[in-house]
Design a protein around this ligand. Structure first.
Ligand SMILES: Nc1nc2c(ncn2[C@@H]2O[C@H](COP(=O)(O)OP(=O)(O)OP(=O)(O)O)[C@@H](O)[C@H]2O)c(=O)[nH]1
Ligand SMILES: [Mg+2]
Length: 236
C-alpha cells in the first residue's frame, strides 16, 4: 500500500478513463488509484489497474467526492489527491500539488486556472460569456467568506494531507461541494494554497455542467456562501 491515494469521481466516463488512468500511472507510478463509480466505469477502471468503489447508482458528484475522501480516511492514507475523469486535469499538475502537501508546505493545495505565478501567465483562461460573469461573482463572494482571495473555487483538482480528510469525508449538504469544502478548510484553520495550473479541455463525452445547470450552479454557490456567512454570524 502507498501512503498516497488518488481518487477519481466518475460517472459515464468509460471513454475517457483509459487515457486518464494511463497518464496518471505514468506520472505517479507509486500512488494507489481509486475510481468512485456512479455507473458504467467499474469494468474499465479495473482493466486499467484502478481500485473501484461503486456507489451502485448515480448519487451525484457531492456524494462521490465525500466517498473518495472517506475511503482515504478509513484506509489510513497520509495524503490524498483528486482528479477528474474527463482528462481536464494533467497528472503532472496533480504531482506538483501532492509535492506541496508531502513537503508540508500546506494542508490543502487546490489547482487553479485563474491565478498566475511560477511561470503560469495571468489571464491564460478567459471564461466566455455567462461563465465570465459567474466566475467574477464567485471570486468576489469567496473572497468575502474565506477572508482571502480565491480565484477558482469550483476546481476539482486537489491534494490534501490527513488533517483535511475528516473534514472532507463528511457528506456535503449543498450542490456546490468544492465551495463547501473550501469553507470547511478555512473554518478549521488549515493551511490552504491556491496553486496555478494548466487544465485541458474535456477529452470527450458531455459536461455535466451546461446551460441551465451552469446557471443553477451560480445560484447554488451563492446559497452555500450565504449559509456559511449566516452560520458564522450566529456563532460570533
Ligand atoms: N461519481 C460521480 N462522479 C461525477 C458525477 N457527476 C460528475 N462526476 C465526475 O466529476 C468530474 C467533474 O465532472 P464534469 O462534468 O467534468 O464537471 P466540470 O469539470 O465541473 O465541468 P466542465 O468544465 O464542463 O467539464 C468528472 O470526473 C465526472 O465524471 C456524479 O454524479 N457521480
Ligand atoms: Mg470537467
Amino acid at each position: 500500500m502507498s501512503e498516497t491515494l488518488v481518487f477519481i469521481p466518475a460517472w459515464n466516463e468509460e471513454q475517457n478513463l483509459p487515457a486518464v488512468l494511463d497518464a496518471l500511472r505514468a506520472r505517479l507510478p507509486d500512488v494507489d488509484v481509486l475510481v468512485v463509480d456512479d455507473g458504467a466505469t467499474a469494468e474499465v477502471s479495473r482493466a486499467y489497474g484502478a481500485e473501484v468503489h461503486s456507489l451502485g447508482a448515480n448519487r451525484g458528484l457531492a456524494v462521490g467526492i465525500a466517498a473518495g475522501y472517506r475511503w482515504a480516511l478509513e484506509h489510513g492514507y497520509a495524503f490524498c489527491g483528486r482528479i477528474d475523469a474527463d482528462g481536464q486535469h494533467p497528472p503532472e499538475e496533480l504531482a506538483r500539488l501532492l509535492a506541496l502537501v508531502e513537503e508540508d508546505r500546506c494542508d490543502v493545495a487546490v489547482g487553479s486556472r485563474f491565478v498566475s505565478g511560477d511561470g503560469y501567465a495571468a489571464y491564460r483562461y478567459r471564461p466566455s460569456g455567462p461563465r465570465r460573469f459567474g466566475t467574477a461573482v464567485l471570486r468576489r463572494s469567496m473572497g468575502l467568506v474565506l477572508a482571502r482571495p480565491f480565484g477558482d473555487a469550483t476546481s476539482g483538482l486537489y491534494a490534501v494531507n490527513a488533517k483535511a480528510l475528516p473534514l472532507l469525508a463528511e457528506p456535503f449538504t449543498s450542490g456546490a461541494p468544492e465551495v463547501e469544502a473550501l469553507i470547511r478548510i478555512a473554518d478549521a484553520g488549515l493551511r490552504l494554497e491556491e496553486v496555478p495550473v494548466n487544465m485541458a479541455e474535456r477529452a470527450g463525452g458531455v459536461s455535466k455542467l451546461r446551460g441551465k445547470k451552469a446557471a443553477m450552479l451560480v445560484v447554488t454557490v451563492a446559497g452555500t456562501l450565504a449559509a456559511a456567512w449566516l452560520e458564522r454570524r450566529r456563532r460570533h
